[in-house]
Design a protein around this ligand. Structure first.
Ligand code: SAM
Length: 251
């Protein structure tokens, strides 16, 4: 994944100011982490850094990783504006983390795993860099159990953003994590409503592609209209709602 080019700068800015800034799933990350102030934290697929930003004032230090340089530059700027200096910014993909084993007390990844090329390998990397007894907090969108609406969800997500890989069901995400040697301690699934136009724009594709995604939403199967709560007004899609899994696991 290249770290340069206007697409990434635009996407980084959209992540900085858009709906990633907040949400019940982000509050739960902080609650599950229950930091004492002494922890060393790794955030994977940090984007504009909102998860690391929420934790940084409450822990010893945070390391933010992302394969895209423009994301790290945006996160660095947000940390500077917040007056937070206990952070390091490292360019890396989740599948190959440039840290020795047992380096961190807490590892987080929020809304990034559906971009990973190899989720199983990434989960093994998390297990390697976490200290024994350390906590992994995972957040990502879940696919509906219904196979038709799950396939539809992955199709429109990929059309809207070609860096999308795959959204899995809650059970499949948890299985990846358990297979890497973790014990799942807590899970919660929260609904997240998306205003349609900003969601489309964050994908970073041209107007014609955005229109194709919109057309596909108008043409969604009944199962997806139900599972993704697609709302249409005056012939335009205005919103849809998906579900985020928040999961805490220990090594
Ligand atoms: C939606 S953003 C993440 C939002 C952020 N975690 C937050 O809490 O605000 C998804 C991020 O995943 C990153 N990403 C893509 N492929 C990745 C990979 N293989 N490993 C790690 N991160 C990846 C993207 O560059 C992007 O910054």
């Amino acid at each position: 994944m290249s770290g340069t080019g206007g697409r990434w700068e635009k996407a980084a800015e959209a992540y900085a100011t858009g709906e990633h800034k907040a949400g019940r799933e982000l509050d739960l990350v902080v609650e599950y982490a229950a930091p004492t102030g002494k922890e060393r934290v790794l955030d994977i697929g940090t984007g504009a850094g909102h998860t690391a930003l929420a934790l940084a004032p409450r822990v010893s230090d945070v390391v933010l990783t992302d394969p895209v340089e423009a994301m790290l530059a945006t996160a660095r700027r947000l940390f500077q504006s917040a007056g937070l200096w206990n952070a390091q910014f490292v360019r890396a993909g989740a599948e190959q983390l440039p840290f020795p084993k047992a380096s961190f007390d807490i590892v987080t990844t929020r809304l990034a795993a559906h971009h990973f090329d190899d989720v199983a390998r990434a989960m093994r990397e998390v297990a390697r860099v976490l200290k024994p007894g350390g906590m992994f907090i995972f957040v990502d969108t879940t696919a509906p159990e219904d196979s038709e609406s799950a396939a539809y969800q992955n199709e429109v997500e990929l059309l809207r953003d070609p860096t999308h890989r795959r959204i899995y069901t809650e059970r499949a995400w948890a299985a990846f994590i358990e297979q890497a040697g973790f014990r799942v301690e807590k899970t919660e699934v929260v609904r997240k409503a998306h205003d349609f136009e900003p969601w489309l724009e964050r994908g970073g594709e041209d107007a014609a592609t955005q229109e194709r995604v919109h057309a596909r939403f108008l043409d969604a199967p009944a199962s997806a209209i139900r599972d993704l709560e697609i709302v249409v007004a005056d012939g335009r899609v205005t919103s849809f709602t998906d579900r985020k899994l928040v999961l805490a696991a220990r090594r």
